[in-house]
Every structure is written in C-alpha cells, then in structure tokens.
Design a protein around this ligand. Structure first.
Ligand code: FVH
Length: 295
C-alpha cells in the first residue's frame, strides 16, 4: 500500500463543517487532497485554496489509495459509497456512528476489498488544526492501514488508536460524549436552582468549576472499584448517607420551582442500589450503582 506521507495522495468525501475544517488544515500543511461533496459549491470553494474537486464520489475514491469519509451519519456513508469500487482502498471513516454501525461498515468495506479504520472525532471544527486545543480522534480497526497513513491523519488532530475492534473508536467516542452530557445536565440543573435569585450566574460559575474539578477523582475511583469489585474499602461518603441526602436535593428543586428530571434518574439509581441490599451496599460509595445500569 502506498505510503501517504507523500503529498496529494488522499481523498476526502464530505465537506460539512468538519470536513471543511479538516481540508483547510491539510491545505495549510501543504497537502492538496481530492475532495467531493454532495453540494458541489463547498468543494469549489476549497479548490480555490488548492484542493482538487472531484465530479463524483466514485472519481474521488478512484483517485487515491486513502479515502477519508466525514459525512452526516452511517446511512449517508452507505448511500454515497453504494456501487463505488473500493478494491485496494484504505477507508478511514470519521462519520459518527454506533459501535454496531462501525463493525458492520468494516465488514462491508472488507467484503469490497478495502482495509477499514473507524474514527471518533473528539474535537469541534474550531479545534481542528489547533494542537493546543487538545482535540484528537479515536481510531480503531486496521492498525496496518492506520500506520500507513498516520502522517496524514495526525495533521488535523491527534491520533489515538484504541484497538483492532472497529467498533471501539465509536464506543470510546460515545462513552466520553455521554459522560459530557451527564455533566452538562448537572450544570444546567445547578444554574436553574439559582436562576431568579440574587446569585449571578457569573458568580456561581467559578464555584461550579472548582467543585466539579474537585470531584474529578470520582473517574479514577470508579475505575479502580469496577476493576477490583471492592466497593467499600476507603469509602468516605457512604451510599446510605448519599441516598438520605438526596431527599434534600429533590425538596430544594421543588422549593425553587425546578424540574428535577435531569438529576432524579441518578438519585433513583443510588436508591435502588441501596434498597437491593441495604446491609451490603449501605457502606459503599456510588461506584457500585454502575452495575445496575447494565441490562
Ligand atoms: N461538527 C461538530 O462539532 C462535530 C464534532 C465531532 C464529530 N462530528 C461528526 O462529524 C461528522 C460530520 O459533521 P459535520 O459537522 O461536518 O456535519 P454537517 O456540517 O452537517 O455536514 C454533513 C455532511 O454530510 C453530507 N451529507 C449528509 N447527508 C448526505 C447524504 N444523504 N448524501 C451525501 N452527503 C450527505 C453533507 O453534504 P451537503 O449537505 O453539504 O450536501 C455534508 O457534507 C458527523 O458524523 C458528526 O456527527 C461533528
């Protein structure tokens, strides 16, 4: 397989906000990728900066061994690549998908003679090409294909390989995003509690940041407990205490006229863990509640 450390040896399908940011970064770094987009005007704009606009997805794919795809969803990937010859290609799919989608897409690509790498982008378009912003991409699937094209792929954002299972990039991506939305939910609830009071959001903000930073230990603590299955040693805030205190959180929400819907599922999870065996679980912290989530 051709080593794409040389210039101008790859194609990109999809020039939405993310595909455009990727292309601009590659152009700035001196690459001139072949690009294709369903709406051609976006490719024409990038052609003015040195990209090569292909008239069709099939022609973009035919142009180079490395084909990067960044489309809306897995269905659009299927429709864009339907009937396109992928023999001998290395397909790097940066489209957000589920792990099952990614595994199915890998099998689909391999049946058509391509090596497959799935990617989960942990960056917004404004973080692309800005190393200090800390954006990176989880990759999984063919390590050989990733290594062949690493020099090109690490131009726009960091490369983090998470294994040969093609579903694992998507799984890491979704795990981190899901944690982020849980965090956003808690932050939204905190601002709703103080909304309308003589507590300015800008005054609550640094307190929230500081507190959430202090609670960051919970990430590693939970990992250790899930690994050891020891949910009690060294516990400083017991589940029994936290379940009792959760009533105060719910009553405060009611007093403040705030819908507790964003936090009540987690409080309920703690309560269910405790009630399933109060003697066994009352002295735990909340890490054991994870076990109730798995169906
Ligand atoms: N933007 C972000 O903040 C996030 C960051 C993390 C990763 N996501 C994922 O990246 C994929 C692309 O996202 P995007 O921001 O580029 O999305 P859009 O700007 O909406 O562009 C979508 C492109 O997909 C094309 N497209 C959509 N449907 C079809 C279709 N049926 N056939 C062919 N192309 C299709 C669309 O074409 P057009 O509308 O310009 O003609 C755009 O090129 C995505 O998976 C995010 O979850 C971004």
């Amino acid at each position: 397989m051709t080593d794409t450390t040389s210039r101008n040896t790859f194609s990109l399908l999809g020039l939405g906000d993310m595909g455009t940011a990727l292309t601009r970064t590659w152009l700035t770094a001196g690459h001139s990728p072949t690009v294709w987009n369903r709406t051609p005007a976006k490719a024409e704009a990038l052609a003015a900066g040195g990209a090569v606009a292909a008239p069709s997805a099939a022609e973009a794919v035919a142009a180079h061994p490395l084909v990067v795809v960044c489309l809306l969803d897995d269905a659009s990937v299927g429709s864009v690549l339907e009937g396109v010859d992928l023999t001998g290609k290395d397909l790097v799919n940066l489209t957000t998908s589920t792990p099952a989608d990614a595994r199915a897409r890998a099998a689909w690509a391999e049946e058509r003679g391509a090596r497959y790498v799935d990617g989960g982008i942990m960056a917004t378009p404004t973080m692309i090409g800005v190393p200090e912003a800390g954006g990176y991409v989880f990759y999984s699937g063919s390590r050989a294909a990733l290594d062949t094209h690493r020099a090109v792929l690490e131009v726009p954002a960091g490369v983090r390989f998470v294994g040969e299972d093609p579903g694992h990039a998507a799984l890491h991506d979704v795990a981190l995003l899901s944690a982020m939305y849980g965090l956003f939910a808690g932050i939204s609830h905190a601002y709703a509690l103080t909304e309308g009071e003589d507590i300015a959001p800008k005054d609550l903000a640094p307190l929230l940041s500081e507190w959430l930073g202090a609670m960051g230990f919970f990430v590693g603590n939970t990992a250790e407990r899930l690994t050891s299955r020891d949910f009690t040693t060294g516990v400083v805030s017991s589940l029994a205490m936290q379940v009792a205190a959760s009533g105060t959180l719910l009553r405060t929400a009611a007093e403040q006229g705030v819908d507790a819907g964003l936090i009540s599922p987690y409080l309920d999870l703690m309560r269910r863990r405790l009630e399933s065996d109060p003697a066994a679980h009352g002295g735990e912290d909340t890490a054991g509640a994870v076990l109730l989530l798995k169906r």
